[in-house]
Design a protein around this ligand. Structure first.
Ligand SMILES: Nc1ncnc2c1ncn2[C@@H]1O[C@H](COP(=O)(O)OP(=O)(O)OP(=O)(O)O)[C@@H](O)[C@H]1O
Ligand SMILES: [Mg+2]
Ligand SMILES: [Zn+2]
Length: 348
């Protein structure tokens, strides 16, 4: 097992171990990468920009890499070296030319003023001073006003990189002064590829099916995928990480149970549907069972055998999911709903 992973589990900051130290280590995000690299190579990085997109896909990572570009001691043609003392200092957040501000935990106007005041001082190590404002949608109204003023008046040696999961909450006055760069979910294929290589490199024994599942469980978030993988490696304790282990971590039902459940639904065996759900381990989330059932039925819709029947069931499942999302006591509703769908099949 990789010592690296275990070392980092103990300090609770697991995914940091894998934060890309170079642009070329970033998974996916082709457009954003192309845009940023081209701007950096041609020395045309806009004064201020906002990186936006879902959680855990590389916003903070890219912001730090842009910052590293200006201080890296061994820059390559289109990338930073990732290993020099400056690159390391950027990753550790210990370099005075790069100021990171987390708007989620520093909400007062004094907090941001303290940072913005630093604009007036020239950079120490390079031509630029880079301000990274993370979770920028959390800035208070006063903080936004202060930032706006700074964006307009900041000297040439200052670059602002805002990062947010909620671009629509960034006021137009700020957005119109920033280049907006979208980041996207990392695709399953890109994740599979990345984790296959990572597991070989780190000597992690893992089934191919588990890698595919990992990519699908993490819903496009690299951070989520790394966190699940780390839990799995710890639990596997040296043996192979398999699909069943991932299911247990995610509090998912096993494939066998889902197959059985879908079989009961399709056969109209509503009593068995109810019994199967009632017998599930109490850690298993019924909402994820519904998702698993839907995924399973969806696959069956592509098979010629009983296609019509499964399509009809899928429509009912979709409706059940939509209804369940509207209420808080969805557990009971899903159980009853699945039983009802089976009952309808039974009555046809
Ligand atoms: N595109 C990516 N390629 C490789 N690793 C990534 C990528 N995106 C995220 N990661 C991994 O996930 C961790 C978190 O990434 P990062 O902090 O950049 O996400 P984020 O988009 O800023 O998320 P949040 O919105 O939650 O702040 C990184 O340390 C890295 O290990
Ligand atoms: Mg972030
Ligand atoms: Zn470097």
């Amino acid at each position: 097992m990789s010592e690296n992973i275990l070392d980092n589990v103990s300090d609770g900051n697991i995914s940091i171990a894998y934060r890309p130290h170079k642009f070329n280590e970033v998974v996916g995000q082709f457009v954003a990468l192309k845009l940023l690299k081209s701007a950096l190579i041609n020395d045309r990085l806009p004064r201020s920009m906002v990186l936006y997109g879902p959680s855990g896909v590389g916003k903070t990572t890219l912001a730090r890499l842009v910052a590293a570009w200006y201080v890296c001691e061994n820059r390559e043609h289109d990338d930073v070296c990732g290993v020099c003392s400056m690159c390391c200092a950027v990753q550790d957040g210990t370099i005075s030319d790069i100021l990171e501000f987390d708007a989620a935990s520093n909400t007062s106007i004094e907090d941001i003023r303290e940072i913005l005041d630093q604009c007036d001082y020239a950079p120490q190590y390079s031509s630029q001073k880079v301000f990274i404002i993370d979770e920028a949608h959390m800035l208070s109204r006063n903080a936004i006003a202060a930032l706006l003023k700074t964006l307009e008046e900041a000297p040439n040696h200052v670059r602002f990189i805002l990062a947010t999961t909620e671009i629509e909450k960034i006021p137009d006055a700020i957005r119109s002064r920033c280049l907006s760069i979208a980041l996207h979910d990392v695709s399953r294929l890109q994740m599979c590829d990345y984790f296959k290589h990572l597991c070989i490199e780190k000597n992690i024994k893992i089934e191919d099916g588990a890698i595919t599942l990992l990519a699908s469980l993490s819903n496009g978030s690299m951070r989520e995928a790394i966190s699940i993988l780390n839990q799995a490696v710890l639990l596997a304790n040296g043996s192979v990480v398999d699909v069943a282990l991932l299911h247990s971590i995610m509090s998912y039902a096993s494939n066998e149970i889902i197959d059985q459940l879908v079989g009961f639904i399709a056969d109209g065996k509503f009593v068995q549907v109810f019994e199967t759900i009632s017998a599930l381990d109490e850690n298993i989330s019924i909402l994820s069972v519904l998702d698993q059932v839907m995924e399973n039925v969806q696959k069956k819709c592509h098979e010629p055998l009983n296609k019509e029947k499964y399509l009809k069931i899928l429509i009912d499942l979709n409706r059940l999911k939509q209804d369940a999302a509207k209420i808080s006591a969805f557990d009971a509703m899903i159980t009853v709903g699945l039983t009802e769908i089976a009952y309808q099949v039974h009555s046809v």
